[in-house]
Ligand binder design. Structure first.
Ligand SMILES: Nc1ncnc2c1ncn2[C@@H]1O[C@H](COP(=O)(O)OP(=O)(O)O)[C@@H](O)[C@H]1O
Ligand SMILES: [Mg+2]
Length: 396
């Protein structure tokens, strides 16, 4: 697998270099260079982001004096906290369908934002970090002390501007802490920008406990302006449409094609290994960026992973780039079984697959346990290369 810096020079998705004059000039420069197509809805969003860029220049939240205890100390602390919230610039919540350029726009903003402490992270990653810190804090201080204020303090110490990619709330454990955590963050003057497929009013809809979640939605709408990115085009789909998704054989040429596909889908967002943690275990992802993961066949089918792990992969990533699917036989029926389960999960969640393989799907596993079952896998693999399949939205 070529290291990401080389893959990046293969061009593709637009770069997100900092522009000294802000995200709107950055977007216009990409259009002028012919790197991206002009899009009215994106321009409107970039104008909003430009406005926020201006309002956050040199932004530093008013940090409250350390609690000196006593009534007056608490009184002044409360006052300082309220002022920090009311003086902070309103954030922006970019909502729209997939492939509209939400992450690209947020990245242009983030790269040029002139804020000393800023962080851009996947929302899921942020929540995992929050749970880990709460857990560690409780181990030190016991269950009765409130972990939220120290958690908020530690987050603010790292970032006055938080940019969340793919804001989403699926999990009751997240829903339960979000209200108080965000309240504490806003009170400390944190500015938030987010991208999401879900409007705030639809977050956590239909889930048990939604009523208790509604005040959180109200708070979001007070502190973050919601902007619908109404672009008519799914640029991601257009990008993958031009790409062959099945490369035979898995030689150097195929590897370069997969490098280019990965670069096309991720732009110059630095790719890095990551872990998906689920109940007491972790799935190691060798390389990931912007919802795209890259695996060697053995990374994912040569390890003792099961349906729950594949499900986590299929919901977390919209695209998988998979290197080197071998021809399988009776001696590696276990790898074949995992591959069948993996493809089922990817297919059911409409994950896009770009792969290199030793052969066409129908000839990958002709003899061995479950070989009959593999016929369905082969047929799914063929369907997954179709334009119709590639156009389907990812189901998370
Ligand atoms: N106006 C455009 N012209 C060409 N490509 C674009 C344009 N806007 C976005 N893209 C590309 O389309 C892909 C999807 O954009 P992304 O920002 O990831 O979408 P979203 O976050 O809305 O799902 C990315 O590779 C991005 O660089
Ligand atoms: Mg995105």
């Amino acid at each position: 697998m070529t290291p990401p810096p080389d893959a990046l020079s293969a061009a593709g998705a637009p770069p997100t270099v900092a522009h000294p004059a802000g995200p709107l000039p950055a977007l216009r420069a990409l259009i002028a260079a012919g790197t991206i197509t002009p899009d009215h809805a994106q321009e409107l969003a970039a104008e909003k982001l430009q406005d926020l860029w201006r309002r956050t220049r040199g932004y530093e939240p008013q940090t409250e004096p350390p609690d000196s205890g006593g009534f007056l100390g608490r009184f002044f602390r409360r006052k300082a906290v309220d002022e920090a919230a009311s003086e902070a610039p309103l954030g922006l919540y970019l909502v729209g369908e997939v492939g509209r350029g939400k992450s690209m726009l947020m990245d242009l903003f983030f790269a040029s934002a002139d804020v000393a402490r800023k962080q851009r992270l996947h929302f899921h990653q942020f929540m995992q970090q929050a749970h880990r810190r709460i857990h560690a804090w409780k181990q030190q201080h016991g269950d009765t002390a409130d972990p939220i204020p120290p958690l908020a303090d530690s987050i603010v110490a790292e970032a006055a501007l938080l940019c969340f990619d793919e804001f989403q709330v699926h999990d009751i454990a997240d829903a339960m802490i979000l209200g108080r955590l965000f309240e504490a963050l806003f009170a400390r003057g944190v500015v938030m920008v987010a991208t999401s497929n879900t409007a705030p009013d639809d977050l956590f809809r239909g889930k048990p406990g939604r009523d208790a979640f509604l005040p959180f939605i109200q708070m979001i709408k007070q502190r973050i302006e919601v902007l619908h990115l109404e672009s008519a085009r799914d640029y991601r789909r257009e990008r993958i449409r031009g790409l062959p998704t099945w490369h035979v054989p898995p030689d150097g040429r195929a590897e370069r094609a997969l490098d280019a596909a990965f670069a096309e889908m991720t732009g110059d967002t630095p790719a890095a290994p990551c872990k998906l943690t689920l109940l007491g275990r972790a799935v190691e992802v060798p390389l990931a960026a912007r919802g795209v993961a890259r695996f060697e066949f053995n990374d994912i089918c040569g390890r003792p992973l099961g349906p729950a792990d594949f499900l986590a992969v299929a919901t977390h990533f919209h695209t998988i780039v998979l290197d080197g699917i071998p021809r399988l036989g009776p001696e590696n029926f276990d790898k074949a079984r995992r591959f069948i389960t993996l493809i089922d999960a990817l297919y059911e969640h409409r994950v896009k697959l770009v792969a290199s393989a030793e052969d066409t799907p129908d000839r990958l596993y002709e003899r061995g346990e479950n070989a009959a079952m593999f016929e369905r896998t082969a047929s799914r693999l063929v369907e997954m290369q179709s334009q119709e399949y590639l156009a389907l939205p990812h189901l998370t």
